[in-house]
Design a protein around this ligand. Structure first.
Ligand code: ZN
Length: 341
């Protein structure tokens, strides 16, 4: 019972029927308050015998589409329409979300690179441990909502880690992704340091079917990105039968969700030098190896030749960097590779 190790104390009883609102209190003793708690908001709706679904946003604090969508849903869901349990955590890395930062200002950590966490670690590691060993452990399904944050903008894309060994799981995942009705879906690697420390792997370790998604970004919320997030979450809940509002129409293109492979090499474009970024490719562009992605300019030495940045794979531009100033190593574009049918 690893959850007994956690210092995080919920103020609500997850086994209770009905609607329960409260906090996951994370003790964080500081100079101003020796007995300070970080109050991570949580809401549980429970009724009937259906599955338990965990909805998280604010794992990255500067991604607002999920935070707004879940905040609106909390006021809309009523337990009488629920069959199962819906647990909502709109500001999962609360200190990061309060600060509007990707990483926590307390320990500078990125929650989506800290799973499975550590009950004796810094606040972000304690949150990761609680989410994985308590919330994911309770859930049959988990949907962790993301976007490009302040540093990038994404096409509306459902992210999933495919299963090469379990055909039933793969079929269930594909059906679920198609039901959400986003224009794009991207399969991500499940192994490696990065993959195994993300929320989808946390779900997998707990036997939970976990997916994630990217809805816009640019450090703000637009009517389009919010609509795609709200539609996606509603269609997801209704696909699982856990909440049955009127199902909104899909925002996918007429042919349905287009699937891409994100597991091959060279899909990411990084800056090899610092400079001022001129993107040439646009979101949704279909690009080839060697095609110009953009340029890095040097207005401080305007006579210096701009560096041409090229794509090193063939695919569709799924995300692009937002800030103009770029340092060496910064991500500029991410591609999805077309999946051969
Ligand atoms: Zn994110």
């Amino acid at each position: 019972m690893s959850e007994l190790l956690s210092s995080i104390e919920p103020t609500i009883d997850f086994s209770a029927l009905g609607e329960h609102k409260g906090f996951l209190n994370l003790p964080h003793s500081i100079h101003r308050s020796g007995s300070h708690n970080i109050p991570i908001p949580v809401v549980s709706f429970k009724n009937g015998t259906g599955p338990t679904v965990l909805l998280t946003a604010g794992v990255h604090g500067d991604e607002y589409e999920g935070q707004v969508t879940l905040t609106k849903l909390v006021k809309e869901i009523t337990p009488d329409r629920v069959n199962g349990q819906i647990i909502i955590v709109p500001m999962t890395n609360f200190p990061a979300a309060k600060a509007g930062l990707r990483t926590s200002p307390i320990d500078d950590l990125n929650l989506n690179r800290e799973f499975p966490g550590d009950p004796f670690g810094t606040p972000t590691r304690q949150i990761a441990h609680y989410v994985e060993t308590v919330l994911m452990e309770m859930a049959d399904y988990a949907f962790d909502i993301h976007s490009g944050g302040s540093s990038s903008h994404y096409l509306t894309t459902i992210l999933f880690q495919g299963s090469k060994t379990d055909e039933n799981k793969q079929a269930e995942l594909t059906k679920m992704v198609e039901a959400i009705g986003a224009p794009y879906a991207l399969e991500l690697p499940s192994g490696g340091v990065k993959g195994s420390r993300a929320s989808m792997s946390a779900a997998a370790r707990q036997g939970t079917i976990g997916i994630s998604a990217e809805f816009g970004g640019s450090g703000t919320v637009t009517p389009e990105s919010l609509e795609s997030c709200e539609v996606g979450v509603r269609r997801y809940l209704s696909h699982l039968g856990v909440w049955t509002p009127e199902t909104p129409p899909s925002v996918a293109k007429p042919g349905g969700t287009e699937f891409f492979n994100g597991t091959i090499k060279n899909l990411d474009v990084h800056a090899e030098l610092s400079g001022l970024f001129e993107p040439v490719a646009k979101l949704g562009d279909r690009v080839e190896i060697g095609q110009t992605a953009g340029f890095l300019h040097h207005p401080d030495t305007p006579w210096q030749v701009a560096e041409e940045i090229k794509f090193e794979a063939t695919g569709v531009v799924m995300s692009k960097r937002i800030p103009g100033l770029v340092e060496r190593g910064d991500g500029l574009f991410k591609l999805g590779a077309p999946v051969a049918n």
